[in-house]
Design a protein around this ligand. Structure first.
Ligand SMILES: Nc1ncnc2c1ncn2[C@@H]1O[C@H](COP(=O)(O)OP(=O)(O)OP(=O)(O)O)[C@@H](O)[C@H]1O
Ligand SMILES: [Mg+2]
Length: 316
């Protein structure tokens, strides 16, 4: 079921509560798809990266090869933010007069610590990875940070587009800049305004494209990962509502660490309780397919264990 979804989509986001198995399931579905020949890019957007830990391989900000057809990278919010602000600063400097460069530096410093600065930079990187990724890969799989953060990221393109528009108006209001720029004279001022507008328009276009991609249910799906317990199940229903409000399609629910059937005693009791919880979950989210992945006896660690888990997913 989950693999079938991965075949039909170009972008998957995996999200859910902390510790339920997002990184494991993202890696497993990416690997399962790569094993059958799909070219896959696996991206971690969680600042507390554990993709490298799980694969027992160093993974950084640039794509590294994990396996034939499978590349991975860990998106570093700090680095994304640094690169993003550096390019904004360079842009501003290129069309502002020299004596304002210190002022620009101060603005950039403020922006660095403004709320949402990291998320905005991460969003730009996600937009870029989706745009570039669609050329080189059949599928891009995002392993995201725990729920709240992710849902916020999904509504950000909206907020960011508004912010970009506001920036243009704010700039016009800035007296010091306004006075200095006034001294430039008509033609220079018009040329500079056109450049600023072009930069902002460019950015708005990228964010709008991202928003369209996220809302295109044939292209992008969100996969909610949970464990078969009451709280994660409830939170999954809430997360689904938030994502739908943001216009995203929920492609699948993945119940990870399902207690196996057919056991005695304690495990039999757990299995039955879980069945009840999952029945309520699917009733609350009709039409969203549920994939169950078993609780494994040992630790799920390293490429070999992931291979076995991917083979299992492919056989479901
Ligand atoms: N089906 C499973 N059976 C046994 N252990 C599992 C299973 N799935 C995941 N684990 C283990 O559970 C732990 C948490 O998994 P994982 O890191 O994938 O969760 P996560 O949702 O990404 O966590 P975080 O919210 O911290 O990013 C890991 O040690 C992993 O090996
Ligand atoms: Mg994780």
């Amino acid at each position: 079921m989950l693999l079938e979804l991965a075949r039909r989509r170009r972008v998957l986001f995996l999200g859910g509560k902390g510790g339920v198995g997002k990184t494991t399931v993202a890696s497993t579905v990416a690997l399962a798809r790569a094993r059958e020949g799909g070219r896959v890019l696996l991206v971690s957007t969680d600042p507390a990266h554990n993709l490298g830990h799980l694969w027992q391989q160093r993974i950084g900000g640039r794509a590294v090869r994990l396996r034939e057809n499978l590349d991975a990278l860990e998106l570093d919010p700090e680095q994304a933010s640094r690169e993003h602000l550096a390019s904004v600063e360079e842009n501003l400097r290129s069309f502002m007069p020299e004596h304002l460069h210190r002022e620009i530096g101060r603005h950039i410093e403020l922006a660095r610590h403004a709320p949402g600065a990291h998320e905005a930079a991460v969003l730009e990187r996600i937009a870029q990875l989706i745009a570039d990724g669609s050329r080189d890969y059949d599928l891009v799989v995002f392993d995201t940070a725990p729920s709240g953060h992710t849902a916020r990221l999904m509504v950000l393109p909206e907020a960011m587009a508004a912010w970009t528009g506001g920036l243009l108006r704010n700039r016009a209001r800035s007296e010091r800049l306004g006075a200095a720029l006034g001294a430039l004279g008509g033609d220079a001022k018009a040329a500079r305004d056109a450049r600023i507008r072009a930069v902002l328009d460019d950015r708005r276009a990228r964010l709008t494209a991202l928003r369209e991609t996220l809302r295109d249910h044939e292209h992008t799906s969100f996969v909610i990962v949970l464990t078969p317990e009451r709280m994660p199940a409830q939170e999954s229903v809430e997360l689904a509502a938030q994502l739908r409000q943001a216009g995203m399609g929920i492609g699948a629910l993945v119940c990870n660490r399902r207690t196996p059937a057919g056991a005695d005693g304690l495990l039999a009791g757990r299995h039955e309780i879980e069945t009840g919880i999952l029945a309520q979950l699917t009733a609350a989210l009709p039409g969203v397919p549920l994939t169950e992945l078993p609780m494994l006896p040992g630790e799920l660690h390293g490429a070999h264990a992931l291979d076995r888990f991917a083979a299992r997913l492919a056989s479901l």
